[in-house]
Design a protein around this ligand. Structure first.
Ligand code: C5P
Length: 227
């Protein structure tokens, strides 16, 4: 299991300071809307300057018509990031179009699809998608696998079922992790490390429990010791 740290701080300066504090650990960094919209490509380059071995997950959750998603994916691949994501609800054709466009790029990034946001509970999800979350998340995962993507973003609660319905190498990346039972904040389906391990999760994403703590490096160290 790998740790992916969400760099969701309010400025590039603070995110880079966090990256410096944890630069000696073997971790992935998740760059999301906030940081990428504000700080762009230069921010990614600055992270690699702190530690060229940092792996970067660009979490922009693409959702658009197939050709637009493929264009954006090609541009993302050129940025040299290690992983990015799309929404599975954009559909199988969109996901296939993305994979066809980037499949021959050397060292192409891993591509994941979001099944259900971890801020949704079953009622929230059903209101939008008209089906129960568990059933639909598994269906989204199967579609993602058929379309040739590398894995899904899901909650720890769906990870094992998704692997059972696809294959064990199909990656699951789970936000909503509160490593040692910390406060859930706006997340509705949170899990701790023990649970994530039991559910065979490949990547746990942790944001606030690390970057809001007094000593992020110690929290990272404790998480890595536990996983
Ligand atoms: O602070 P916290 O640990 O809740 O951060 C979780 C991170 O994972 C945030 O950057 C959030 O945008 C992201 N995320 C999520 N749920 C998803 C996909 C991404 O919480 N399904």
């Amino acid at each position: 299991m790998k740790l992916c740290i969400a760099l969701d701080l309010p400025s590039a300066k603070e995110n880079l300071a966090l990256a410096k504090e944890i630069k000696d650990f073997d971790v992935w960094l998740k760059v999301g809307f906030r940081a990428y919209i504000r700080d762009g490509k230069e921010f990614l380059e600055n992270l690699k300057m702190i530690n060229p071995n940092f792996k970067i997950f660009l979490d922009l959750k693409l959702y658009d018509i197939p050709n637009t998603m493929a264009d954006a994916s090609e541009e993302i691949a050129k940025l040299g990031v290690d992983m990015f994501n799309v929404h599975a609800s954009a559909g199988k054709i969109a996901m296939q179009t993305v994979m066809n466009r980037i499949k021959d790029i050397p060292n192409r990034p891993l591509v994941l699809a979001v099944t259900a946001l971890t801020s949704f509970d079953n009622n929230d999800f059903k209101e939008i998608y008209g089906q129960d979350l568990d059933t639909k998340a598994t269906q989204f995962a199967k579609d993602t696998n058929t379309a040739g993507l590398d894995g899904v973003v899901c909650s720890a609660f769906e990870s094992k079922d998704i692997k059972d319905n696809t294959n064990k190498d199909f990656i699951t990346l789970t936000p909503g992790i509160r490593p040692f039972g910390e406060d859930a904040q706006d997340q509705k389906r949170v899990a701790d490390i023990n649970f994530a391990k039991k559910e065979l999760v490949d990547f746990i994403v942790v944001g606030r429990p690390i970057y809001k703590s007094e000593n992020p490096a110690t929290v990272v160290k404790n998480i890595l010791a536990k996983i």
